[in-house]
Design a protein around this ligand. Structure first.
Ligand SMILES: [Cu+2]
Length: 311
């Protein structure tokens, strides 16, 4: 209490009582709820400890005579019942009020991210603002499951966000229940297969920096590998980053379109087994040709078919 009084409303390690520094408006609300709950708990605690210590010191056993008993004392019994109900009601009121605020998704968002949690990594799809139709993916950041489970940030996917912006998250899982947790948001939400969970945050100004992200639901044997990085950029840096990602995604799409056309051209010659044709084509084609040959060898009938095709 002294600590709280001495520092006023300032947010520091002591007054945050174990919570990380909040970087969103929503996290600030969570922090006040957390602090308020502790103030209430301390007030009750101090009252109860005070009464106990007072009784222990000043009402020790003085004689063999039984002290006056207060069982069935109506005012005291009523107090025992009413006071906890009042305390729980006050805590309930603030919790329900803040929960409603934290789950609001009405405000138009500046950035839409679809978070796909899977065993054992994350995929971040940046969507355009056609939210009602589910959103078109502009570009995507796919995490590769960390091979050995070490917390090395360079092997983890990074969620990039702009400061001073409203960000909307849609959470999806193709396998089991995960939980999307950014400790600096003071918030986590389960990612449930077959359910469209969503929330949004207002990132504060001056929050540029690097943060951590976690899966907060024991989702299986390699749950510990589900780590990710969070990077908050200034608006201008974020715009530059988005342009880069868009250009990269466009290039990839163009390349994919090219490789999709190529197999048709190389099918006849590639399956013929001439090796110099194979080297000319890219690796996917070469692999494709190899696997067809392997399949053909595996089954006697298939081998005949393959020969026929070659002819
Ligand atoms: Cu998980």
């Amino acid at each position: 209490m002294l600590g709280l009084a001495a520092t006023g409303c300032a947010s520091n390690d002591l007054t945050r009582l174990g919570m990380p520094e909040p970087i969103t408006e929503q996290a600030e609300r969570v922090l006040s709820l957390w602090q308020g709950s502790w103030v209430a708990a301390f007030a009750v605690g101090i009252l109860v400890w005070g009464l106990m210590i007072w009784t222990i010191i000043f009402h020790r056993k003085r004689s063999e005579q039984l002290p006056p008993q207060v069982r069935y004392n109506l005012p005291i019994e009523a107090l025992y019942t009413v006071l906890p109900i009042v305390i729980v009601s006050v805590l309930f009121y603030f919790t329900a009020r803040d929960q409603a605020y934290l789950l609001e998704t009405e405000e138009p968002a500046d950035v839409h991210v679809e978070v796909v949690a899977f065993q054992w990594a994350w995929q971040f799809n940046y969507l355009d603002d056609t939210k009602e139709e589910g959103g078109e993916t502009l570009f995507t950041e796919v995490g590769v499951p960390n091979p050995d489970g070490t917390a090395d940030p360079s092997t983890q996917p990074t969620l990039v966000l702009p400061e001073n912006a409203v960000v909307h998250f849609d959470l999806h899982s193709p396998d089991v229940i995960h939980s999307f947790w950014i400790p600096s948001f003071g918030f986590k939400m389960d990612v449930v297969p077959g359910r469209d969970n969503a929330f949004q945050v207002q990132l504060n100004e001056g929050t540029e920096g690097e943060y951590i992200g976690r899966c907060a639901e024991l989702c299986g044997v390699d749950h510990t590998r589900m780590l990710f990085n969070v990077e908050v950029l200034s608006q201008a840096d974020y715009e530059t980053w988005v342009d880069e990602q868009m250009a990269e995604a466009d290039a990839e799409r163009a390349e994919a379109a090219e490789t999709a056309e190529e197999p048709e051209m190389s099918e006849g010659t590639g399956a013929g087994g001439t090796d110099d044709e194979g080297t000319g084509a890219n690796s996917t084609d070469a692999e494709g040709a190899e696997s067809t040959e392997a399949d053909a060898e595996g089954a006697g009938v298939g081998a005949d078919d393959a020969e026929e095709n070659d002819e």
